[in-house]
Design a protein around this ligand. Structure first.
Ligand code: C2E
Ligand code: CA
Ligand code: CA
Ligand code: CA
Length: 277
């Protein structure tokens, strides 16, 4: 395709047009689906590695498109962030997760509910108010809510730091997600007031094969223990990984070895088992 440019014609590659059309369609569909509520949350159980007891769950959003079927978050979160639709979607996710957590609280199931929060949401001036309102409306115990942030939330903005501090004053916990994947992971531990570190699954992946991967996990755990942070290992898939993590003193973990993300009712089975044991 040709477009009249300043000094002639600009040639677009066919693929570029196709991609931008696909993207426009996706954006449009995303915005319609948010209005219609075509999403649901799955929950991935998180366990204490030493005791195998359930300690909490992580809420993960799923898009149930009426024609395309289920679309995984990796295929739409980025677009939702770029278009700021994540603010509306994220608000829905938070409310939904808190509502579920409250239902469990009412049944005597006191587990941490971890909710992913995008940098775009955190930078929204209304975010603190949204968190406050949701907790109040749904009647949750704030200390059972944990917001998972990634390093991308912090540039150098003191404002963001202030918001995180205010959220923490509500009693809500803060986790640093995908830990170890960013440029300056370790410096963020000092800057951000956090409760939990989630070691990115790329470090867990080769835990049995590569000595240097083990060394990184060991270093993370040693720092975390010194400053009394809770550590969750992500993406545990095999027994060997679990064995090494336990040996290194990692407290908690999640991954396919234990359970994939599942529906709330299925999650509740783990809570029942916990109660009986
Ligand atoms: P994340 O926060 O790092 O979430 C963990 C992801 O790892 C989930 O993918 C989960 O299904 C997957 N996972 C868990 N255990 C294993 C394992 O043993 N092996 C492997 N290979 N994968 C495992 P999911 O649900 O597809 O979510 C992908 C990402 O999308 C999340 O990564 C998070 O960054 C984002 N996301 C999901 N839900 C939300 C949300 O409600 N809000 C925001 N802002 N982002 C979300
Ligand atoms: Ca997460
Ligand atoms: Ca993660
Ligand atoms: Ca991630």
């Amino acid at each position: 395709m040709k477009e009249r440019g300043g000094d002639g014609y600009k040639i677009y590659e066919h693929g570029t047009i196709k991609k931008s059309i696909e993207r426009m369609v996706l954006e449009n569909e995303l915005s319609k689906s948010i209005e219609l509520g075509c999403f649901h949350l799955d929950y991935q159980p998180i366990f204490n590695l030493a005791t195998s007891n359930l300690t909490g769950v992580e809420a993960l959003v799923r898009w149930d498109h009426p024609d395309l079927g289920r679309i995984p978050p990796d295929q739409f979160i980025e677009i939702a962030e770029e278009t700021r639709l994540i603010i509306c979607l994220g608000k829905w996710v938070l409310r939904q997760a808190c509502r579920q957590a409250r239902k469990w609280e009412e049944k005597g199931y006191y587990y941490t509910m971890a909710v992913n929060v995008s940098a775009v949401q955190l930078a929204d001036p209304e975010f603190l108010m949204i968190v406050k309102n949701v907790l109040e409306d749904e009647g949750n115990n704030p200390s059972l809510l944990e917001l998972e942030l990634t390093e991308s939330v912090l540039g150098n903005q003191a404002e963001i730091l202030g918001v995180v501090e205010e959220i923490r004053k509500l009693g809500v916990k803060i986790a640093l997600d995908d830990f170890g994947t960013g440029y300056s992971s370790f410096s963020y531990i000092n800057e951000l007031p956090i409760d939990t570190l989630k070691i990115d699954r790329s470090f867990i992946h080769n835990l049995d094969a590569k000595v240097q991967n083990g060394a990184i996990v060991e270093a993370i755990l040693s720092i975390a223990n010194t400053i009394e942070l809770n550590v969750v290992a992500e993406g545990i898939e095999r027994q060997e990984q679990l064995t090494i993590l336990k040996k290194l003193g990692c407290q908690e973990g999640q991954g396919y070895f234990y359970s994939k993300p599942i529906e709330a009712e299925e999650c509740e089975k783990y809570m029942k088992i916990n109660r009986q044991s």
